[in-house]
Design a protein around this ligand. Structure first.
Ligand code: OOG
Ligand code: NI
Length: 453
């Protein structure tokens, strides 16, 4: 029997290949990677405890690897094709994001690993958006966009073939996996040859810049990649020194002792040369670089508090003022682990310590984890947030669409339509986090919880 390459390994190969390709395509992205690496080293030098912790967790070797990328597709068939490709890499659709509330004519999911071991190996995810043509108001233009999209094929024939082979065999051999990664990458490659003429591009662009980005090209180019930083405030502050222009504000929660959810910032998209169908030259701005810093995943209760405080804080024009507002609003969000855990605001993973293991029979399901922690029998560690935030995502989209973006008539969230296009249901991130916590509770002999309401 042939040996098949694991999905985790294929995902890792793909993420690496994509990173190399993107550094060549967007040189500023390479600069961002250098900056992030410099800042990470600086943080580790100042905090030897953190260095030790990351080394113990096996994190240190993959600190500077990308955590996510993003693409935008035009049709249900394209989305369903991506679902199959990502499944081969052990990435499944998690969560539904309605961006129409921010005037952006797409809805999205994130393809990502869902199991603890796969996430630990390589958490690479792809935020994937599907155009909602019904939000193009000009009906003849909408029809034209759909006709253009119907003509293109974003996957290479060899890629399609390998997807079928994978389905028949139940896996890919090493040479097949290499070929699969190479061919799948073609879908994400930048192509300067547009498949529309300059006039059509302009009409699509006038409808919405994102519509032009999704419809005008023969592929669905990766639009950013995102490494992880240990100090996002520092990276934001240093970007200009490295010759890259950051977006105005860092998205997400403020800086805290115990980070929650996800903080993100990006540099502005660069202008790239395009050749239109009739041969005219032009430019297109869509592709950028982003960084992220992740904290603990919140329960629905914690998330409601986050959403409330975020809305209360509002948005300021510059980052300094914005972070101040956030800090004031988030004074009401507990910032010590015991409270976060005991009031059910965030998810934790429990594990038996040697003393607990020796006394396993003495642990009763209804024992309070806090008491066992204080006795030195078990330990708790935060479950990292692996998903995205709709308000932050809207901010990232907007910053790269330019100031002229109009907020227009909004569509309604349509998870059903999205799932029909995808060909399956998206997983509920809260269910996944709860399963992680409950698995760890069971391993300690503790009762499980239900915090899904
Ligand atoms: C996706 C923007 C959302 C994030 O990190 O929130 C995103 C896009 O611009 O296509 O990537
Ligand atoms: Ni992103």
């Amino acid at each position: 029997m042939a040996e098949y390459v694991s999905a985790d390994e294929i995902r890792e190969m793909f993420a690496q290949a994509m990173s190399l390709m993107y550094q060549q395509e967007v040189p500023q992205y390479g600069t961002l990677l250098d900056l992030v690496a410099d800042v990470n080293i600086g943080v580790l030098e100042k905090h030897p405890m953190l260095l030790e912790q990351l080394t113990n967790d096996g994190e240190i070797g993959r600190l500077n690897i990308e955590r996510h990328g993003a693409i935008r597709v035009g049709t249900p068939e394209e989305l369903a094709g991506l679902r199959k490709i990502f499944a081969i890499m052990g990435m499944y659709p998690v969560g539904y994001y309605d961006l129409s509330v921010a005037g952006i004519p797409v809805h999205s999911t994130a393809f990502r690993p869902t199991e603890d071991a796969a996430l630990a190996r390589n958490p690479f995810r792809v935020f994937t958006s599907l155009l909602r043509p019904e939000l193009i108001e000009d009906i003849p233009l909408r029809k034209q966009a759909l006709q253009i999209l119907a003509k293109r094929s974003i996957f290479t024939p060899v890629c399609r073939e390998l997807v079928d082979i994978h389905a028949q065999q139940g896996g890919l051999t090493a040479p097949q996996a290499q070929s699969f990664v190479r061919e799948a990458l073609e879908t994400f490659r930048w192509r300067q040859q547009a498949c529309v003429d300059a006039q059509t591009y302009q009409a699509l662009h006038n409808a919405h810049r994102l519509v032009a980005d999704i419809v005008s090209f023969p592929g669905c180019h990766i639009n950013h990649l995102t490494p992880r930083t240990l100090d996002i405030d520092r990276v934001q502050a240093l970007m200009p020194e490295y010759g890259v222009t950051p977006k105005n504000v860092i998205e997400g929660p403020p800086r805290r002792l115990h980070p929650i959810l996800l903080r993100q910032t990006s540099f502005r998209a660069l202008e790239e040369k395009v050749v239109f169908a009739e041969g005219a030259q032009g430019a297109h701005t869509a592709r950028f670089g982003e960084i992220e810093q992740r904290g603990v995943a919140l329960t629905p209760k914690g998330r409601r508090l986050y959403d409330t405080l975020l809305a209360e804080a509002g948005v300021a024009a510059d980052n300094f003022a914005h972070q101040n507002r956030l800090r004031n609003a988030f004074a009401r969000f507990p910032d010590d682990e015991t409270t976060l855990r005991q009031s059910g605001l965030a998810w934790y993973r429990y594990r038996l310590l040697p003393a607990g293991d020796a006394n396993r029979q003495a642990i009763k399901p209804d024992d309070s984890p806090q008491a066992l922690i204080e006795r030195g029998w078990i330990a708790a560690s935060p479950v990292t947030y692996e998903d995205f935030l709709p308000v932050s995502a809207a901010g990232i989209f907007q910053s790269n669409l330019g100031a002229e973006t109009q907020v227009r008539e909004q569509g309604h969230a349509s998870q059903q339509a999205f799932e029909a296009a995808l060909g399956c249901a998206v997983k509920d991130p809260f269910v996944l986090y709860q399963e992680t916590e409950n698995r760890s509770r069971r391993q300690c002999g503790l009762a499980t919880v239900n915090r899904l309401t």
